[in-house]
Design a protein around this ligand. Structure first.
Ligand SMILES: *Cc1c(COP(=O)(O)O)cnc(C)c1O
Length: 386
């Protein structure tokens, strides 16, 4: 496979993304890769493999291309793509040993804490949760004992807490562990956690990487290849959470516009956050790009080119006010998920497990690529109903 990220041209990730790393088909000259569907690969008359391909669970052409692209975006040594974001999230936990200690941020995407609650014991893991936004407590919890794995989400979904990745990475390494950063909401456009000291970066590729709300996928990328990384790969091979050829083709296609989409989404999100913050019917806005965010200065240091397309806000009037505002929207769609080109609003409290700690007056907005004026007008009309 041709890979422009390995060239000495010093190309920006925007260029690498747009060109899919410079893929072209040697045989036909096609600029766009075909949909690779074969799960199996022929052997020669000596029963040898003419290429390194054996079976789709070992890897396929579109899997390789998706992984090479994510690796380039994250400045990683290697990436692994999974069948969903959660399959990617859980893979490092499956590679741990019984007795291993895990320190995890709470108030993050519900799936990880829920799995740790329901299955962590059975896997023999000792799990310590620390609320996002309390970094001194997080650093103290990591320093308290030998720790195998630290899990943070940055910025966190839906509370938009921002964590100092370098400080947490140093503490994690002193405790003997690996730091995993779920960077789904930041996207590789705004933040590369591996360059800040994290060991593994995690994405729900269902969200911004694919960007069109039409497939499930996830990814891990590693700063350096380690035994732990190879154990994760072995686990993926033996459990098989891989996407099929159609989805991988769409993922590669979606990622070609990643930088373009996310820049627009972030610019729209900042305009909306500023509008909401000034609105008399809004009690609070959570967006790392606003100077009112408690870690705005840190976010500005850790992020480039903007602060992402996700924000949360609290309309006045408590739970009823939030639901009334969401129900009055005519353009922004009431639906879960994030990162697609269409704007979505979600009342997370209604869909999270009980006790997740998400305030009942919080609305999360996943801002799309529509006209910012149209989105602001939609929010303005909805808030006028309160
Ligand atoms: C959606 C999401 C996940 C889970 O990803 P799926 O692709 O839905 O399995 C994990 N982390 C974050 C931050 C997410 O937003």
């Amino acid at each position: 496979m041709k890979d422009l990220s390995k060239s000495n041209l010093g190309l920006s990730p925007d260029t690498l993304a747009a060109q899919g790393l410079g893929w072209e088909d040697a045989e036909t000259g096609a600029v766009i890769p075909p949909v690779h569907l074969s799960t199996t690969f022929a052997r020669d008359d000596q029963y040898q493999l003419p290429t390194h391909r054996v079976y789709a669970r070992d890897g396929a052409a579109s899997l390789d291309q998706a992984e090479a692209m994510i690796s380039a975006f994250e400045q990683a040594q290697e990436a692994m793509v999974f069948a969903s974001g959660l399959a990617a999230c859980m893979a490092p936990f499956h590679a741990l040993q019984p007795g291993d200690r895990v320190v995890a941020q709470s108030g993050i995407y519900f799936g990880v804490p829920t799995w740790l609650d329901e299955f962590g014991d059975a896997q023999g893991l000792e799990v310590v949760f620390v609320p996002g936004g309390d970094e001194p407590a997080l650093l103290a919890a990591i320093a308290a004992a030998a720790t195998a794995l630290v899990w943070i989400e940055n910025p966190s979904n839906p509370l938009m807490d921002v964590t100092d990745i370098t400080a947490v990475a140093e503490a994690t390494h002193r405790a003997g562990g690996v730091l995993c950063v779920d960077s789904t909401t930041a996207t590789p456009v705004h933040c590369q956690p591996l360059t800040l000291g994290a060991d593994i970066v995690v994405h729900s590729a269902t969200k911004y990487l694919n960007g069109h709300s039409d497939l499930l996928a996830g990814a891990l990328a590693t700063r350096v290849q380690t035994d732990f990384w190879e154990r994760i790969r072995r686990h993926r091979y033996l459990t098989g959470p891989l996407s099929g050829g159609f989805d991988l083709h769409l993922l590669v296609r979606g990622m070609r516009t990643l930088y373009l989409r996310v820049e627009r989404q972030s610019a729209n999100a900042l305009a909306i956050a500023e509008f909401l913050e000034a609105h008399p019917k809004v009690a609070r806005v959570r967006y790392p790009g606003l100077p009112s965010h408690p870690r705005h200065a840190l976010a500005a240091r850790q992020m480039q080119r903007g602060f992402g397309g996700l924000l949360s806000f609290h309309p006045k009037g408590g739970r009823d006010g939030a639901l009334a505002a969401a129900n009055a929207l005519q353009v922004i769609i009431r639906a879960t998920s994030l990162g697609g080109v269409e704007s979505l609003v979600e009342h997370r409290h209604s869909v999270e497990p009980p006790g997740s700690g998400v305030p009942d007056d919080l609305l999360r907005l996943s801002v799309g690529i529509e006209s910012a004026e149209d989105l602001i007008a939609d929010l303005d009309r909805a808030l006028a109903q309160l």
